[in-house]
Design a protein around this ligand. Structure first.
Ligand code: UDP
Length: 359
């Protein structure tokens, strides 16, 4: 079996259409549009006949995630780092580049940022910039076009919540180390949220913040520099390498398949009741990392054995979203069982490994 991403894109589109959601003829700027989640958003928007502007500098996004869209008349790719100023339409700004022929943007989706803990040590400054200066630049575009502003924040803003805050509601303020190895990401995402609230307050901008929980699926980056747990374990399992569980594996995460996540995100973008709101989108069901390793070994029929390595500093002990708000406001909840999502991801990984051998 080989994995076909198109059927998943059609599935998301159908889920949206069933709820009367269409972005047809809207012009939507997606920063980080060549990344894992951004490229799924671009695919669905093009399927929906929206005009999609994908802004990415391929720092962690990949050309191959969006290359198939380059011939679409509604798709435009702009190679740019959103941490640097950029303007669309009329602009008298003395610095930054201006894309003069794009006159009107309806929605800005600011999704650009590296997100893997493995990258935090190599790219902390660029991560901080995407979520602070990048958010400010993206907000400036939304303000100039009176566009809706949508920000992909993260469960990391909650840091390491105590047990009585699991599942974690949006009202929880967080328990975050401002000077730890993860601070370039979690503190900059928190600052990004503060920027958004400032623009909302001062300029009456329409804004929405989604807090995304561990998402995986086709196009998630893998390899030693990107190693999030799902791609790492799958890569190790299909190559019969040792599965590296950090700590004793009792820490938990709750995993959502990319199709459910993108459906939730686009439902939120579309829903006027979500204006001014912060909403968790993820899966409530918690798994220990050790259990995840065992499930992946089973699904891949692997001979890998589990080995235990040191737990990274400030690694959150438990993570699970309270989805009450998402269910109430968006009429959304995840529907793909963990094993089903993992099976598709495994098939996609096998295709990737095969492509590498064929090259
Ligand atoms: N993890 C692991 N082995 C790996 C990669 C990650 O045990 O090869 C653990 C990591 O320490 C964390 C969990 O898996 O407890 C999820 O890590 P990930 O990097 O996917 O994202 P996080 O949720 O920490 O942002």
């Amino acid at each position: 079996m080989s994995f076909n991403i198109d059927s998943d894109i059609i599935d998301i589109n159908n889920r949206l259409l069933d709820n009367g959601i269409s972005f047809e003829n809207k012009t939507i700027l997606v920063t980080g549009g060549a990344g894992f989640l951004g490229s799924w958003v671009c695919d669905v928007l093009i399927k929906q006949r929206a005009k999609c502007i994908c802004l990415d500098n391929y720092s962690s996004g990949l050309n191959k995630n969006v290359f198939h869209l380059f011939d679409e008349k509604n798709f435009r790719y702009i190679n740019h780092d959103i941490s640097e100023p950029i303007y669309f339409g009329l602009s008298n700004h003395p610095y930054g580049i201006c894309i003069g022929d794009i006159r009107k943007i309806d929605i800005v989706m600011h999704m650009a940022s590296r997100a893997s803990p493995f990258e935090f040590k190599d790219y902390p400054i660029s991560i901080l910039k995407s979520n602070t200066l990048g958010t400010m630049n993206a907000l400036g575009i939304a303000k100039a076009h009176n566009a809706l502003f949508f920000y992909t924040s993260t469960s990391e803003v909650y840091g390491n919540p105590p047990d009585d805050m699991i599942p974690t509601p949006e009202t929880y303020f967080g328990h975050v180390n401002p000077v730890g190895p993860r601070s370039c990401y979690d503190e900059s995402k928190r600052a990004g949220e503060a920027f958004i609230k400032a623009y909302e307050l001062q300029h009456n901008l329409r804004t929405k913040i989604v807090r995304i929980f561990n998402t995986s699926g086709p196009r998630i980056r893998y390899g030693p520099e990107f190693g999030r747990v799902v791609p790492n374990f799958i890569h190790q399992a299909i190559n019969d390498m040792d599965i590296t569980v950090f700590g004793d594996g009792s820490q938990t995460r709750s995993f959502i398949y990319v199709v459910d996540e993108i459906e939730g995100i686009l439902k939120m973008v579309h829903n006027d009741n979500a204006i001014g709101e912060v909403i968790n989108i993820g899966n409530e069901k918690e798994y220990t990392i050790l259990k995840l390793a065992k499930i992946i070994i089973e699904l891949t029929n692997s001979n890998s054995k589990i080995v235990f390595k040191g737990l990274p500093i400030d690694d959150p002990k438990r993570r699970s979203p309270d989805l009450t708000k998402a269910k109430k406001i968006l009429n959304w909840k995840p529907t793909t069982p963990l094993k089903e999502g993992l099976k598709k991801t495994i098939e996609w990984f096998k295709d990737q490994e095969k492509e590498k051998i064929d090259e």
